[in-house]
Design a protein around this ligand. Structure first.
Ligand code: ZN
Length: 329
């Protein structure tokens, strides 16, 4: 196996705050010896744990990049013990295009792990995290939100893991993040996910869904900014007390949480995010987009709970996830 071609332009193991790039050679029509320049900040103060913080794993999710750009300019080395590695836009080509996947190779970063040092641009980035950055991390925070096609109530989450000790450590870190909602999630499609790689390497892992619709809000950004500092304090890297507010615990135990459309058409939400819903209650309707005089198709919740996610665009296609209902613990 060849070595990963990414070269950092800054030292990864020196004290101080260093701002630079992960330079990934990418030869192409408009730049024969060109590179993809992925912004990175490394802040270190002596020996201690390493936190690896990432945003824009999907390029159209913005709370992570905003909170991490701010952290990179505000966190001083003297405030910490150990090291903080900040990559605000993990799938940097996708982030610059404002799309979920990379415009270079259509790579979905969160389906590209463990990656490959000789693969596509997206696979090379994944491999660099897998083989270089992740092994050195003790705690990992990866920001997500719904992107252009989904919207979420703001939550941080941990996965159901076989190793219950590791799961408990992840849940404790999720509670420290202290989003308005905290979720224990059974992943329906975990092959190729960054999450799975992080967890397989035995790390403490926090992921989030903080909003969506292809933008961020003052509220969702504030949750992200407070959450990342809380996680660093929880890890013993940043000094100071955690800032804590009440958080509602939620569970997504199985496939019954999801409602998928079987029709193309005009999407009508019948519930708002955060609303309580009963089993068999109508949560969305799909109107035919091409004619009048035809009633809508009604979609019902498969279980009682809380509406935690919804389809965001005004039009819907067959196969789209229209709603997610989680259970209050
Ligand atoms: Zn995402």
């Amino acid at each position: 196996m060849p070595a990963n071609p990414i070269v950092p332009t800054i030292p990864l193991h020196e004290d101080g705050a260093h701002h630079g790039f992960l330079r990934l050679p990418y030869s192409r029509d408009d730049s024969a010896w060109g590179s993809v320049m992925i912004p990175i900040t490394v802040i270190r103060n002596g020996v201690g744990p390493t936190a690896l913080l990432t945003g824009a794993n999907h390029g159209d999710e913005y709370e992570g990049p905003i909170a991490l750009m701010e952290l990179a300019v505000t966190l001083a080395p003297e405030e910490i013990e150990g090291r903080v590695i900040i990559v605000p836009a993990m799938n940097y080509p996708a982030f610059r295009a404002g799309t979920r996947t990379s415009p270079i190779d259509r790579g979905n970063m969160n389906r590209s792990f463990p990656g490959s040092p000789s693969g596509t641009v997206t696979e090379k980035i994944a491999d660099y995290f897998q083989t270089v950055l992740l092994p050195e991390a003790s705690i990992v925070l990866d920001f997500h939100s719904g992107g252009r096609t989904l919207d979420f109530i703001p939550f941080a989450s941990a996965h159901v893991l076989e190793n219950k000790e590791q799961q408990a450590a992840c849940v404790a870190a999720v509670e420290a993040f202290n989003a308005p909602y905290s979720m224990i999630m059974l992943e329906i499609d975990n092959v190729g996910m960054y999450d799975t790689s992080v967890e397989d390497q035995g790390k403490v892992f926090v992921t989030t869904e903080l909003g969506g619709g292809g933008t961020s809000t003052a509220r969702s950004n504030a949750i992200a900014k407070k959450g990342v500092r809380n996680v660093l304090k929880h890890a013993g890297i940043l000094k100071g007390e955690l800032e804590l507010e009440p958080s509602v615990m939620l569970d997504m135990p199985d496939d019954d949480c999801f409602v998928f459309s079987q029709h193309d058409g005009l999407f009508e939400a019948m519930k708002n995010l955060g609303d309580p819903v009963e089993k068999d209650e109508v949560i969305a309707r799909v109107w035919p987009a091409d004619r009048t005089g035809v009633p809508p198709i009604a979609y019902v919740a498969n279980r009682s709970g809380l509406m935690v996610s919804r389809h965001s665009p005004g039009l819907v296609k067959s196969g789209d996830c229209m709603a997610v209902v989680a259970v209050k613990i």
